[in-house]
Design a protein. Structure first.
Length: 217
């Protein structure tokens, strides 16, 4: 039996920084402010690619896990992350799926907030089967009682590579992700082209909240 080999690399990082704008121009019949404040939220974007070679030979049982090497936004970043995969699901409910999570391995802060996106790269290195986390809003009847929708996390599945609009709270040892990321039979079907040369390549983008600063005039 061939061993499963993982090839890991950090693709790159960037920081979104905007020029501090001037106060908005005043128009007729609009409120006039004597003072104003501008708050800049600094976000670091970085990405990571994980290739698992000979994926179809993975013999992990349900609940068993593969982990990537650790990665960060830069060489001096104290936050260390890794990806966690359960090739045969996390539990009985997800045994027919591949489970995928982003884990904060080490952290020098009490908590951090980040958005993230997972996708699988096909033979052309194109992003496919992107996943984001969304939360259902609880439904209530006329009496105020909660309906059948529990408000638990749900999965959005799309080929248009969406990006989550919610920043998630991470503490050291905490992970967020998808128990039912993709069905195993769909992933293993050669016609879908997601395992070229029996290699599973997962692409992860992280948008990390760094800090805020305010300019008041």
């Amino acid at each position: 039996m061939l061993p499963a080999v993982s090839d890991c690399s950090r693709v790159g990082s960037s920081m979104a920084v905007s020029r501090v704008p001037s106060p908005p121009p005043q128009e007729a019949n609009t409120p006039v402010a004597e003072n104003w404040c501008y708050t800049q939220v600094k976000v670091v974007k970085f990405s990571y690619m994980w290739t698992i070679n000979n994926f179809s030979f993975c013999r992990e049982e349900m609940g068993e896990v593969l982990k990537s090497s650790t990665f960060s936004a830069g060489a001096n970043d104290k936050l260390k992350w890794c990806l966690r995969v359960n090739p045969k699901g996390l539990d009985e409910e997800s045994k027919d799926y591949l489970s995928l999570y982003l884990l904060l391995v080490s952290c020098n802060k009490s908590e951090v907030r980040a958005k993230f996106k997972f996708s699988i790269l096909n033979a052309k290195r194109e992003e496919t089967k992107a996943m984001e986390m969304q939360f259902r809003i609880p439904k209530f009847d006329k009496t105020g009682r909660r309906g059948t929708d529990s408000g638990a996390p749900s999965v959005q599945f799309s080929s248009s590579i969406p990006q989550s609009q919610r920043a998630y709270r991470f503490v050291q040892g905490k992970d967020w992700g998808f128990k039912k990321f993709i069905r195993r039979d769909f992933l293993l079907d050669e016609a879908n082209g997601l395992l070229p040369d029996d290699k599973l390549t997962i692409f992860c983008e992280v948008f990390l909240h760094v800090c805020d600063y305010r300019l008041a005039l």
